[in-house]
Design a protein around this ligand. Sequence first.
Ligand code: SF4
Length: 245
Amino acid sequence: MSQDTYPRELEPNPSIGELQRIVTGLRHYLEDERRRGLKGWPRTKTSPAALPSLLAQPGPQSPFTLDAVRTELGDCRRCKLHRHRQQIVFGTGNPQAKLVFVGEGPGRDEDLQGEPFVGLAGQLLTKIIQAIHLRREEVYITNIIKCRPPENRNPQPDEIAACEPFLIKQLAAIRPKLICALGTFAAQTLLKTEEKISSLRGHFHPYQGILLMPTYHPAFLLRNPGSKKDVWEDMKKIRREYDRL
Ligand code: SF4
């Protein structure tokens, strides 16, 4: 068990955990009110860096469900990416997945279909998942941002700041044991680092009590098939850890 995960059986007083959940729920309620224009509430910005603490809340029950997170996201216009999207691409798969794949953002096919990783890169991801004897339905697949950036450019800091809290809430709802970060952008955003994917990949990194394996993005593999062997090594490590759970 990770040091970041507080075991329920060691919790000194169960009422403290309950209190934490109430305080967290109250905080989110007040933040929603503030977004709706409540006057007089302090304009303190919710730091995405603080949100991962949601993932370390004690107890087996998450204070979130994926449906509730999707409802909260609504017809989101929190950043400028809403202007050109066809659909929000929230995520798909098992709501209790032990393994979550996180990519960068939707591309053209995903924007049209409303589902992550359905284009050529998505087909390759499906094969990668099958290669470790899992099905897409057994894992959960999502992205850092939920709307397609114009011309598939990299997401910008204000867009990440607006959207990443919803990824963190998705993870808090699912409570996976393993995350596979697909590509430079996902790995650097989650790990808050500027290290290259070539040095990040190949080993697990701690992420709020979850083991995170960065690896190359399937779109990169389509252009650089020689790197498939590296991804295979990473996936074998994920499978070994998956089997230990
Ligand atoms: S990218 Fe995220 S924050 Fe921006 S509009 Fe889409 S759902 Fe909202």
